[in-house]
Write a protein that binds this ligand. Structure first.
Ligand SMILES: NC(=O)c1ccc[n+]([C@@H]2O[C@H](COP(=O)([O-])OP(=O)(O)OC[C@H]3O[C@@H](n4cnc5c(N)ncnc54)[C@H](O)[C@@H]3O)[C@@H](O)[C@H]2O)c1
Length: 320
């Protein structure tokens, strides 16, 4: 059987394909990515080169929003499961380009759900996001409590994708589950994410842009833990039709993250304070009881281990 992984050349996608190669020796993988320029496509090419060496991986360059291409992939490769990790993922960028987010994250997801209706799969795993939790939602965030209002077009696009997935599950028999990762980090992380931006600035001796007073807290979750949750969602029983958090349940203040990076990099940060961004939640924190119950999910990587792991990779990048 083949597993279609969208966004496979991206940060989480490339890790997830590696994980599949290691843990699903029976599986063929169709790795789909359009290598768009949201960030430097050369980084995505590097990620893709890392996975395309396996004869079990077929790399397809194109958009999951292209219904004809998706139809061709589904039939040609006999796709039996879809793990949909592709999309636009930046909170701030979504404010200035909401249409691109709607097109990729909503319409593109719909193309894949339609394909899964026409060519039944055993599981459709959708990467949603913690940004579906918005203003008015209680902390820690629980999947089945009121979600509040998403504070960005990104969060709104992910919520819309979830609702379409729910419709396809209830009414069209597509066995979908939608996971909500929280502030994912680790080697190969996107260059627009705070940890990466801070590490680059500290290393170059540039000021780091710190939005607000540094007290905002994020539930940073290592990419290996997120991949474990995604993998489990592909086969676990009782998850179809469910939203499930993939977080760490240990929020860290952004100022503390800066201190951890200073320690790991051995250099002081020079902070450039910027006004708080209205689309940022003051705290994100995942309630993990549902993930633990349904997926056996337990995050293993502490923030200090994870920052060291990220910095080891980051140093290799900057010197190599
Ligand atoms: N990184 C995080 O902290 C985080 C948190 C919550 C959810 N997520 C979700 O996880 C997924 C992966 O995020 P990431 O951080 O790895 O981002 P990423 O940008 O590194 O990866 C996304 C990939 O999708 C590809 N892509 C985008 N539109 C496409 C299209 N129409 N057709 C084919 N490929 C397309 C991009 O080229 C990119 O390689 C996204 O859906 C994101 O919303 C990420």
């Amino acid at each position: 059987m083949a597993i279609l992984v969208t966004g496979a050349a991206g940060f989480i996608g490339s890790h997830f394909v590696e994980r599949l190669l290691a843990e699903r020796p029976d599986a063929r993988i169709v790795a789909l990515d359009d290598f768009n320029a949201y960030y430097d496509p050369a980084l995505k090419r590097q990620n893709a080169a890392g996975i395309a060496g396996s004869e079990r991986v077929t790399l397809v360059e194109g958009s999951f929003g292209d219904a004809r291409l998706v139809e061709d992939v589904m039939t040609r490769h006999e796709v039996r499961a879809i793990v949909h990790l592709g999309g636009y993922a930046g909170v701030r960028a979504s404010v200035s380009m909401p249409l691109a987010y709607a097109e990729a994250n909503v319409q593109g997801t719909l193309v894949l759900l339609e394909a899964a209706r026409l060519h039944p799969v055993e599981r459709f795993v959708l990467a949603s996001s913690s940004t579906v939790y918005g203003a008015g939602c209680d902390v820690p965030f629980r999947e089945d409590a009121p979600l509040g209002v998403p504070l960005s077009p990104y969060g709104a696009s992910k919520r819309a994708a979830e609702i379409f997935a729910e419709y396809y599950t209830r009414m069209q028999g597509v066995p979908a589950v939608w996971l909500r990762p929280f502030s994912v980090y680790g080697p190969r992380m996107r260059p627009d994410l705070a940890m990466h931006v801070f590490a680059s600035a500290i290393t170059a001796g540039r000021p780091i842009p710190l939005f607000g007073d540094g007290s905002y807290q994020r539930d940073f979750t290592h990419v290996s833990d997120v991949c474990a949750g995604l993998l489990s969602a592909m086969t676990a029983e009782g998850v179809v039709g469910q939203a499930i958090n993939l977080g760490h349940h240990k929020p860290v203040a952004v100022a503390e993250l800066v201190r951890l990076l200073e320690d790991a990099l051995g250099r002081q940060a020079n902070i450039d304070r910027k006004p708080a961004f209205a689309g940022d939640m003051p705290v994100t924190c995942a309630d993990l009881s549902k993930a633990e119950r349904l997926l056996g999910y337990r995050p293993r990587v502490t923030i200090s281990e994870g920052v060291r792991d990220f910095v080891a990779w980051f140093r290799g990048q900057s010197t190599g």
